[in-house]
Ligand binder design. Structure first.
Ligand SMILES: [Zn+2]
Length: 244
């Protein structure tokens, strides 16, 4: 009897500990916060529920004069389209790369003018920064961007309001497809993760700027042929959101 009571106490302790941990985890990682609520409104998307074998590759923080052209060449080789979430600041420095990217049929998304900590910004500051990037992208490509990826995948009420004010759709990424390609892992590891987790409608997070991105290029060299072989097509976010 005593043993049983001890066991129950231990189980209760583990349960309480897990609940506290999940709460802490949700607070710590913004991509987990209130997902259900936001996803129902359609104001933020993480992936697109579909049975069609379509995948949206997304590249953040660019353009990079070194890595973006390499990535575009690779995508062309595999007839793949992708979405590039550029920052206004980088786009202003390398407009010819943004132009070349858009002219190959890829989508250009807004990743703000300054890549900054956005959790403390006021609504007006957010709108100003987003508008600044919007103008740079418009002036460079002649096309209106309408996807917004908040830096670090952070979102809350204010972020959604700012996006709505400028008619943007907020896009995060499929939880299992956060490649962490910036963390120093090899191209093979990145590719392995993407290939293993791949499912129709996935939105994959990669980076073409912010350090040595040769591992990201290597990963693409592996994952593009592997997933093509599995029957997947790589499309822009514009195309993916249209398919249900
Ligand atoms: Zn970023």
């Amino acid at each position: 009897m005593k043993k049983k009571r001890k066991y129950i106490l231990l189980m209760l302790f583990i349960l309480a500990f897990s609940i506290i941990n999940i709460k802490y985890f949700q607070e710590l990682i913004p991509t987990y916060k209130d997902r259900n609520r936001w996803e129902k409104t359609g104001k933020i998307i993480w992936e697109v529920p579909t049975s069609h074998k379509l995948i949206a590759l997304t590249f953040d923080d660019g353009p990079s004069p070194t890595f973006t052209p390499q990535i575009i060449d690779l995508l062309k080789r595999y007839k793949a389209k992708a979405t590039f979430f550029v920052t206004g600041k980088q786009a202003e420095k390398f407009p010819h790369i943004v132009k070349a990217t858009a002219s190959q049929g890829h989508s250009i998304g807004n990743h703000m003018y300054q890549h900054q900590l956005i959790s403390k910004l006021s609504l007006q500051a957010l709108i100003d920064d987003l508008s600044h990037a919007h103008k740079v992208i418009m002036d460079t490509t002649g096309t209106e961007p309408h996807f917004f990826r908040p830096p670090d995948g952070y979102y809350d009420e204010t972020i959604v309001k700012a996006a709505e004010a400028l008619k943007y759709q907020v896009v995060i990424w499929t939880w299992t497809q956060d490649t962490r390609d910036w963390s120093g892992i090899s191209g093979a590891e990145i590719a392995d993760k993407v290939i293993t987790n791949a499912k129709p409608g996935d939105i994959i997070l990669l980076h073409d700027q912010g350090g040595d991105r040769s591992n990201t290029v290597e990963a693409l060299e592996l994952l593009l042929p592997a997933l093509t072989e599995e029957g997947y097509n790589f499309v822009t976010l514009d195309e993916l959101v249209k398919v249900k």
